[in-house]
Ligand binder design. Structure first.
Ligand code: TYD
Length: 160
């Protein structure tokens, strides 16, 4: 029976402090994102029509933010696929372990900021879609999904 793993991908609305000088958004680990931030990277100068991503991660959690401009994140849990459009810097898309992602349709001058729960490790990547699908459908992330669900519930409770 297919699980609804894709529902673990959440849009997070970060705080915005607005005054006459403009807007300010801040992000604290384990508070606004459900993990410790161990790495930050960003994609920029992406040529029109280019696709980034095209992989899943074994353990890595990420939050993707359109710091400038816009792009779409296609997420796929091995059962379902959906597209999330990001175009404001106070929204982030949380992606737990075990989700295939592709970033497409970058507008000109867009910047994709990524907050990540682990340092870069090529061994954490799954770059073959069929391998990913088999792992997802075989229950590889069942335990991790339970932990993610608990963390997201806690985050929601504490944000209130
Ligand atoms: P990759 O993760 O495949 O990029 P994307 O998912 O955005 O399309 O990484 C591209 C290259 O950059 C790859 O050779 C590894 C390197 N890289 C690092 O060295 N450190 C990092 O933190 C990241 C994200 C990539």
């Amino acid at each position: 029976m297919p699980t609804d793993r894709i529902s673990l991908c959440k849009i997070i609305n970060f705080p915005v402090v607005t005054d006459y000088r403009g807007n300010l958004t801040f992000i604290e680990e384990n508070k606004h994102v459900p993990f410790e931030i161990r790495r930050v990277y960003y994609l920029y100068d992406v040529p029109t029509g280019a696709t980034r991503g095209g992989h899943a991660h074994i353990n890595l959690e990420q939050v993707i933010i359109a710091l400038s401009g816009s792009f779409e994140v296609i997420i796929d849990d091995g059962y379902k696929r959906k597209s999330v459009f990001l175009n404001r810097p106070h929204y982030g898309l949380y992606i737990p372990p075990g989700i295939w992602r592709e970033l497409v349709n970058f507008s000109s001058n867009s910047v994709a900021l990524v907050l990540a729960s682990m340092p870069y490790d090529e061994k954490d990547y799954i770059r073959d879609y069929e391998t990913f699908k088999k792992m997802s459908r075989g229950g590889f992330w069942d335990e991790s999904d339970r932990e993610v669900r608990e963390k997201l519930n806690k985050l929601t409770r504490e944000a209130k």
